[in-house]
Design a protein around this ligand. Structure first.
Ligand SMILES: *Cc1c(COP(=O)(O)O)cnc(C)c1O
Length: 230
């Protein structure tokens, strides 16, 4: 199977999983994580109907967004302070914000560009040392710290499940969904209305994420790697 076919298959499967979970398939956005392929790979997925792409390096998102500005570009990688202006210029949604100092810089970069930047806070639900993200118990405080940032709009949370079995992944996604619901309940109505995104699930665990309430799944290998078997 080529990229086009694999993209179409992933899109069908995600929609089907949403229906099986009793959800409207339009509530779940598929982000094609194109970090391992070049422009031709992105072009193939676009031809198959992909509208959202994820990248984890500033140079790559800048290059690919420049070539395909009609798509929505998601930054899912490590944020480095000095690359924040580039990330803001190219990104529709930044999934990986977890430090107040980066948020303040991003707010300023967005202000200069005359943009309101949609962001997700990355939460380290599993508590693994190797993972980035704010601890669940500190997520509310980070939200509060970002309150004065007029040019940032916090749209929800993102997480990565630990590698391993599906049950562990499901528990991680359920925990993020609960945290999201708790934090959302405490927001004023107009902010709660746009705090509506949960980015969770990758090639090996997106089914669990959709069942747990993901509104965005980030799928790379299942689309772009012919060797990947679910
Ligand atoms: C690479 C990556 C993905 C996609 O992972 P696959 O296993 O290839 O589907 C999703 N999210 C983040 C943050 C990533 O870095």
């Amino acid at each position: 199977m080529g990229i086009e076919e694999r993209y179409r298959q992933a899109a069908r499967q995600v929609a089907q999983a949403a229906r099986e979970a009793g959800r409207d398939p339009r509530e779940v956005r598929l982000v094609a994580v194109s970090k391992t392929v070049g422009l031709a790979g992105v072009g193939a997925a676009l031809a198959a109907g992909a509208q959202d792409f994820g990248e984890n390096r500033p140079d790559s998102i800048v290059e690919k967004q420049g070539e395909f500005p009609q798509a929505r570009w998601h930054f899912i990688g490590n944020i480095q302070s000095r690359r924040i202006p580039d990330i803001v210029r190219a990104s529709t949604l930044v999934h990986s914000l977890c430090h107040e100092r980066h948020a303040l810089k991003m707010d300023e970069a967005a202000r200069r560009l005359g943009k309101v930047q949609d962001v997700l806070l990355e939460v380290n639900v599993s508590g693994e040392q190797s993972k980035d993200g704010v601890a669940p118990q500190d997520a509310q405080a980070l939200m509060d710290a970002l309150e004065p940032c007029r040019n940032l709009r916090v749209r929800g949370f993102m997480t990565m499940a630990p590698q391993g079995d599906r049950e562990t992944a499901r528990a991680c996604f359920d925990a993020l969904a609960r945290l999201h619901a708790d934090v959302r309940r405490g927001l004023p109505a107009e902010r709660a209305a746009v705090f509506d995104e949960l980015s969770m699930g990758m090639s090996e665990d997106w089914r669990e994420a959709v069942a747990a309430g993901a509104t965005i799944v980030r799928i790379g290998r299942a689309i772009f790697d012919d060797a990947f078997e679910a």
